[in-house]
Write a protein that binds this ligand. Sequence first.
Ligand code: NDP
Ligand code: GDR
Length: 348
Amino acid sequence: MKKALITGITGQDGSYLAEFLLNKGYEVYGVRRRSSTLNIGRVKHLYKDLHKKDATFFLPYGDLTDTSNIVRLLQEIKPDEIYNLAAQSHVKVSFDAPEYTADVDALGTLRILEAIRILGLENKTRFYQASTSELYGKVRETPQTEKTPFYPRSPYGVAKLYSYWITKNYREAYNIFGCNGILFNHESPRRGTTFVTRKISLAVAKIINGLQEKLYLGNLDAKRDWGYAKDYVEAMWLMLQQEEPDDFVIATGETHTVREFVEESFKVAGVEIQWKGKGVNEKGYDKKTEKLLIEVDPYYFRPAEVDVLLGDYSKAKKKLGWSPKYKFKDLVRIMVESDLDKVKQGKL
Ligand code: NDP
Ligand code: GDR
């Protein structure tokens, strides 16, 4: 039985990846942080009684800022595969907490790679690094490929750039099987509620049911290549099953504005949006009832923005045999219907 260690198990991707690996017959160790309230909501359906002999899912405590903890976990588990998904992953928050973001998102990766070396696991343990389309930042070249130069635009992007290069460097210097998955935005009903897609799908469900009056958003012109998280975790696994380690762009090859995400989300709920005004004065109305539903609040603007992301996943298609099964409209429908359902069941 192969052993996988996942950091960031309590996050969106950690939960889908754990499901995927357990289905493949892996023993899965998900590193969770201690918190004052239970934070395993996304994975508790996978948790079985640990006293049973056939338990294959474990949730040891840990933190990417704690070197001794990482070394001890790797020493005890000796995983065949490590998926480093843990991060302070919110781009806007990284401007508020830049040093902590660097500690976790940059040095955290180094700590794991060093632990692999210290324990002599270079020939056993394969390493996946959650790299990101935020690395491209200000680059105007579209679509973006593995060869497009990087120009990060946030403390998050800069920290992830370090992790991208240290993974590549340890691959070249010490022969560690390390791969960077340059994943473009991927979403799901499990997406954190402060990321724009989930914020929108949740607001639509609440507004339709009279639980929220309107939705405040930031930059409506930002363009993103949005895919479905469930599709993307398979690509992470595929990267670690290859003969040689390499870096891959994972994307859908479609880009849409935040404004389009809003329109499509309300459409799923049967409401057509009419926009009026420009810039900070832009407002969205229910075309039929003329009720004001969307306003721009500059609070959500970022000190530096990434205007457009569009990924070219042809290398992943050719070498991994990976293509996205879900595109923009499928994703919006899945997210809005899920939140409408949750409201109906009183789960929000
Ligand atoms: P989430 O924000 O949903 O999850 C982040 C996870 O990291 C959580 O489990 C969180 O734990 C954990 N974490 C945060 N800080 C620490 C720490 N100091 N020590 C240990 N664990 C920590 O992110 P996603 O699932 O969306 O993303 C997974 C990874 O992929 C991240 O690295 C992200 O930056 C990257 N990425 C994401 C993309 C996306 O569109 N989703 C695109 C490209 C890259 P807790 O629950 O306790 O907060
Ligand atoms: P992003 O995702 O920054 O791309 O990072 P997010 O959903 O936060 O923002 C996407 C775009 O929407 C604009 N926007 C808003 N964003 C938020 N959060 N809230 C708003 O109200 C709002 N209004 C407009 C933003 O300005 C931005 O342009 C995500 C994270 O998962 C990263 O960890 C990951 O690396 C990248 O995707 C790829």
